[in-house]
Ligand binder design. Structure first.
Ligand code: RB5
Length: 144
C-alpha cells in the first residue's frame, strides 16, 4: 500500500516551521506535498489554505498541515470547507484528541505563538493517532 500523502502549506510567517515539519513527515515514512509558500515575501494565508484544502478535496492528499503566525487565520480559512476538520492545536494532547474525537484531517499550528518542539510534538501526535469512531462518528457526521 502506498504511503499516506500529507499536504503542507504556510504563509511567510510559517516557512521555517513548515520546512522542519516536512523533514519530520518524511522521517515518519509518509509522503509530503509542499504547497508553499517558500520564501520570506509576504503572502495571504487564505490562498495557501485554499490550495491545501483543494488538495484534500481532490483526493491527492489524505491529511494536511497548515502553519501561519498564530494558526488562527489558517484555521478560519480551512474550516470554510465542509469536508475539512482543521484543528488549531497548542499541545500534543490537543492534537491527539483532535484525531481521536474529532477525526481532524488538518493540523494547524502557530509558528509565532508556539515553540518548535511543541509544534513537532503536535505533528507526531496528529500523525500517529487514529480516529476512535463510535460515538464520535455520529458527532462528526453531523458536521459533514
Ligand atoms: C501574518 O502577518 C499573520 O497575520 C498570519 O501569519 C497569521 O497569524 C494570521 O492569522
Amino acid at each position: 500500500m502506498a504511503a499516506e500523502v500529507i499536504a503542507i502549506a504556510s504563509d511567510h510567517a510559517g516557512v521555517e516551521t513548515k520546512e522542519a515539519l516536512k523533514d519530520d513527515i518524511a522521517a515518519a515514512g509518509l509522503r509530503v506535498t509542499d504547497l508553499g509558500t517558500n520564501g520570506p515575501d509576504s503572502v495571504d494565508y487564505p490562498d495557501f489554505a485554499d490550495a491545501l484544502t483543494e488538495e484534500i478535496g481532490a483526493g491527492r492528499a489524505e491529511r494536511g498541515i497548515l502553519v501561519c503566525g498564530t494558526g488562527i487565520g489558517m484555521s478560519i480559512a480551512a474550516n470554510r470547507k465542509p469536508f475539512i476538520r482543521a484543528a488549531l492545536c497548542h499541545s500534543a494532547t490537543e492534537a491527539r484528541l483532535a484525531r481521536e474525537h474529532n477525526n481532524a484531517n488538518v493540523l494547524v499550528v502557530g509558528a509565532r505563538s508556539m515553540g518548535i518542539e511543541t509544534v513537532r510534538d503536535c505533528l507526531k501526535a496528529f500523525l500517529e493517532t487514529a480516529f476512535e469512531g463510535g460515538r464520535h462518528q455520529r458527532r462528526v457526521d453531523k458536521m459533514s
